[in-house]
Design a binder for this molecule. Structure first.
Ligand code: SIN
Ligand code: CO
Length: 374
């Protein structure tokens, strides 16, 4: 892969080897001339929507406060020290989606969302750490970042947000629009706005083992098959009726130990889990959908593109889209993997696709998961 200005003229391989999960990287002019992709009013409007996750953080007389959206009333722009944070802006705006996808040298399975923060002078979310890697791209005004590799990550108790109780910054940078700071997980940081300031956070996801385990057991629930029922033809009279019989315990344990899962089970679970849309994501089906025939004709000319909100992944013969999975044959795999990786298929590729693929594309089109190309 090429050297990327986005990473300070190193290759993704160098970045991943030397910095990813390891140490911070400050990249001056990672995106030269970068400006906010949406005006303040549009951002504030998004924060009023119930399908957009937002927060308002204020610091008044030394008191931290946090309010979850929808945010119908914001402090005055002239008031100091407040921050509005809007998650998932990539789902709402084409250019924000394009920005996030510049980071696709990291697999989609690890990419989360683009969060935009707007802060007035002195605003920030306080010294804290995150559990995920993050790229902090300055979009408007300046922000002073202070960071620390400190191991003591204890938090102030009783606050509505995570604030480090003993923040000891060791480095300090002022970021200008277009500058970007990469921070690995658990790296202490505090960004304070100098004047009106917007920061774009490119965030990653990494499921905790606990959350994954719970979801996996839930998934397996639907697929385990344990025929038969407990039987004890050899039962003998007991003088301790409250005690669970040992023979019962061991017989049932043997039966339950037959629960097993294959690699395919786990692949299907993981693909469905990672491609599942977040709870507040809704797809917009076309207002006047074409018939299947017309759609296929148009798609063979214009091609198709995945909706911004669609998450499409694959592994081996399994293809996953928005929480659903299916196994595909070799011929269809080529077209569907291309669609997943490029997030679009040109007319020629659609025309060459099998009937099964054409049917799937039509179904996804009617669900709003995919659109005709432009
Ligand atoms: C912000 O943009 O205000 C906060 C981002 C962060 O510290 O993770
Ligand atoms: Co942070």
């Amino acid at each position: 892969m090429k050297k990327l200005p986005l990473l300070g003229n190193i290759t993704p391989a160098q970045f991943l080897r030397d910095y990813w999960h390891k140490k911070p990287l400050l990249i001056r002019q990672a995106v030269p001339g970068f400006k906010p992709l949406l005006p303040f009013d549009k951002l504030a409007e998004l924060a009023t929507k119930d399908y957009v996750e937002s927060r308002l953080v204020t610091l008044e007389a030394g008191q931290w406060d946090m309010q979850h959206g929808p945010l119908h009333k914001l402090p005055r722009r002239s008031q100091r020290e407040w921050t509005m944070l809007v998650q998932g802006v990539n789902l709402q705006d084409e250019r924000a989606d394009e920005l996030l996808r510049q980071f696709r040298f990291v697999p989609d399975a690890r990419l989360d969302d683009l969060m935009v923060s707007f802060a007035t002078d002195g605003g920030g979310v306080g010294p804290h750490f995150d559990s995920y890697d993050v790229f902090l791209l300055q979009a408007e005004g300046q922000r002073k970042w202070r960071i620390s590799a400190q191991k003591d990550l204890s938090l102030v108790e009783g606050l509505p947000l995570k604030i480090l109780s003993k923040f000891k910054p060791t480095e300090e940078f002022i970021l200008e629009p277009g500058d970007m700071l990469y921070l690995p997980p658990h790296y202490a940081h505090d960004g304070v706005a100098i004047g009106d300031c917007q920061t774009y956070s490119i965030g990653f996801r990494s499921p905790s083992y606990q959350e994954l385990g719970e979801a996996f057991l839930q998934f397996m629930c639907d697929s385990i098959e344990l025929p038969g029922r407990y039987a004890d033809p050899e039962l003998e009279p007991t003088s301790k009726p409250a005690e669970i019989p040992k023979a019962m315990l061991s017989q049932l344990a043997d039966e339950l130990n037959k629960v097993s899962f294959t690699e395919d089970d786990f692949t299907i679970f993981l693909g469905e889990y990672l491609s599942e849309p977040k709870h507040n994501v809704f797809f917009t089906p076309p207002e006047k959908p074409l018939t299947a025939g017309k759609f296929t004709q148009a798609a063979a000319k214009k091609g198709v593109a995945l909706s911004r909100k669609t998450q499409m992944l694959y592994r081996g013969k399994n293809v996953f889209i928005n929480g659903e999975s299916f196994a595909v044959g070799k011929a269809d795999k080529v077209a569907l993997e291309l669609l997943a990786n490029e997030r679009k298929l040109d007319g020629e590729a659609v025309a060459a696709a099998s009937e099964d693929v054409a049917e799937a594309l039509f179904a996804w089109y009617t669900d709003g998961w995919l659109e005709l190309g432009k």
